[in-house]
Design a protein around this ligand. Structure first.
Ligand SMILES: *[C@@H]1O[C@H](CO)[C@@H](O)[C@H](O)[C@H]1NC(C)=O
Ligand SMILES: *[C@@H]1O[C@H](CO)[C@@H](O)[C@H](O)[C@H]1NC(C)=O
Length: 484
């Protein structure tokens, strides 16, 4: 998934959302209402305030209502100031920049992003990534992050200081040296470039797949463009679906049909056409899923396992969370029943199976503070990849408390082939986990057995019939040819 926010450490990430009724307010804005202002809300996990700046021409009532109904965190209502600017603007050393976006209700907002001391988001590259992948906005760097953003530190300030200039914890020159050296001989080629945020690669084989899917083709999503693309050697880049409905992860089932995990309708579906696909799951015990992110089909029995974090809700519908947890689920191939496999993971993400289907691999991007379970939120679970022995009678894990192994790493998508477990380590990974790239692990113990330098990988497909590895990586898609 995109993203991976980590609201605790950082920041001041805020996505403003207004209720539908705001649309009505938009119909009759008057000059008297045009005041801009900002919205502050508590971040109960970091103890900091998050701040969102409204555009100057935002009708006061619309801004006030947007602030009242909640910001980045579902249920956290804010305090609206009808004029002035987010206090962070006047703290040049920690003001990293703005993340600008227009909400679905048409309100222009800027999340004001703070540089924090250390941590994965302690630098400008980190907060830029938070902006582009998590908030899905446009990043405008402050002077501390090498940008201009003139009005940020000038003009009317709240609380006053206006000194500017680079800060010691900003600037890409301060980034730690990243040692990036392939340990496997490979050729890496960029197949297509210029996307906003790519995800969910799946290879459609030459034969055996649903005939309405393009053969010998990679499908992948550009999440921010809500588009599914197709890439093949023969035809190059094409559009597969103009409206992806937020399809993120994708998989093929045993009969070669496409299974998609979608943020938009918050469901798991089967079928090539996004608008008419068959819904396999959209709720658990009557409550709507959060935003299915990624999943895989069991090679043992054809059941579908998927992760259900809240990234998609953040962006689209922060008030709409119905479940009180972020879990991994299974859809039975027999009766379609949805069961909970791993209750209460912190922020589950990539899913993969061992080749015999007996072991389930789950990456949990952890630490995201924004968790309805206060125990989990308070403990700030680390980002992990874990392997779970499956009980093939029930499809559940044999021991919910005891994974076969657990490795600390910040990983998004994963897949398994003859070489092992391929995991992505994205650009937001804390430096302690190692440089971003594609990491090959031993499925038996999780140990790293190979590393390939790829910038900002999000997800990986390693079961193409050509034996090559396809990686979605931020704004591009790359193909890795193994030379050994
Ligand atoms: C996507 O939209 C374009 C422009 O309207 C259209 O030409 C194209 O056929 C559409 N592609 C698909 C796969 O629907
Ligand atoms: C579980 O799988 C193993 C290995 O494939 C098999 O030997 C065993 O009979 C299965 N058990 C059940 C209850 O299906």
């Amino acid at each position: 998934m995109p993203g991976q926010g980590r609201a605790n450490a950082l920041v001041v990430v805020v996505v403003v959302v207004a209720e539908i009724l705001l649309l009505a307010l938009f119909v009759v804005p008057t000059d008297a209402q045009s005041l801009g202002g900002y919205c502050l809300n508590d971040n109960p996990f970091s103890g900091e305030k998050d701040c969102t700046q409204f555009a100057d021409d935002t009708p006061k009532d619309a801004a006030s209502s947007a602030c009242a109904v909640g910001l980045a965190m579902p249920g956290q209502s804010g305090e609206y100031s009808e004029s002035g600017r987010c206090p962070l603007y006047s703290t040049p050393a920690s003001f990293g920049g703005e993340c600008s976006r227009v909400t679905e209700q048409g309100i222009s907002v800027k999340s004001v992003l703070a540089l924090s001391d250390g941590g994965p988001f302690g630098d400008c590259a980190g907060i830029e990534q938070v902006c582009t992948t998590f908030i899905q906005g446009e990043f405008l760097p402050s002077p501390a992050c090498g940008g201009s953003l003139e009005d940020a530190v000038g003009g009317e300030e709240v609380g006053g200081k206006t000194e500017s200039g680079p800060s010691s914890n900003g600037g890409s020159e301060d980034l730690p040296d990243k040692q990036r050296r392939n340990t496997i001989a490979v050729d890496v080629e960029t197949l297509a470039d210029g996307f906003e945020f790519t995800e969910g690669p799946v290879w459609i084989p030459a034969t055996g797949a649903d005939p309405s899917l393009p053969p010998s083709t990679l499908l992948f999503s550009d999440m921010r463009a809500d588009t599914i693309f197709a890439w093949s050697d023969e035809r190059g880049l094409e559009t597969f679906a103009n409206d992806s409905l937020g399809a993120n992860g994708k998989a093929l089932d045993g009969e070669g049909r496409l299974v998609s995990f979608r943020h938009g309708p918050r469901d798991v579906v089967r079928g090539a056409a996004m608008e008419s696909a068959t819904v396999l799951a959209d709720n658990f015990q009557g409550k709507r899923l959060n935003s299915p992110n990624d999943g895989a089909v069991s090679p043992a029995d054809g059941s579908v396992y998927f992760s259900d974090p809240i990234w998609g809700i953040f962006i689209r519908d922060p008030q709409g969370m119905e479940l009180d947890r972020h879990s991994v689920y299974r859809i039975s191939p027999d009766d379609g029943e949805v069961t909970e496999v791993l209750p209460n993971t912190a922020m589950p993400n990539g899913i993969a199976f061992s080749q015999d289907g007996e072991v389930l691999f789950v990456s949990d991007t952890g630490g995201l503070a924004v968790h309805p379970n206060p125990d989990l939120a308070a403990t700030e679970p680390p980002a992990t990849i874990k392997a779970w022995r499956l009980d093939n009678a029930t499809g559940g894990v044999v021991d919910p408390d005891g994974p076969l192994w657990a490795i600390e790493d910040f990983s998004d998508g994963m897949c398994v082939n003859d070489r092992g477990l391929w995991t992505t380590r994205g650009g937001m990974a804390p430096p302690k986990h190692g440089p971003p790239g594609l990491v090959l692990r031993d499925p038996k113990n999780g140990e790293e057995i190979g590393y390939i330098d790829i910038e900002d990988p999000t997800n990986v497909e390693c079961n193409a019939e050509d034996g090559k590895i396809y990686v979605t990586a931020a704004n591009k898609v790359v193909r890795v040819t193994l030379l050994e």
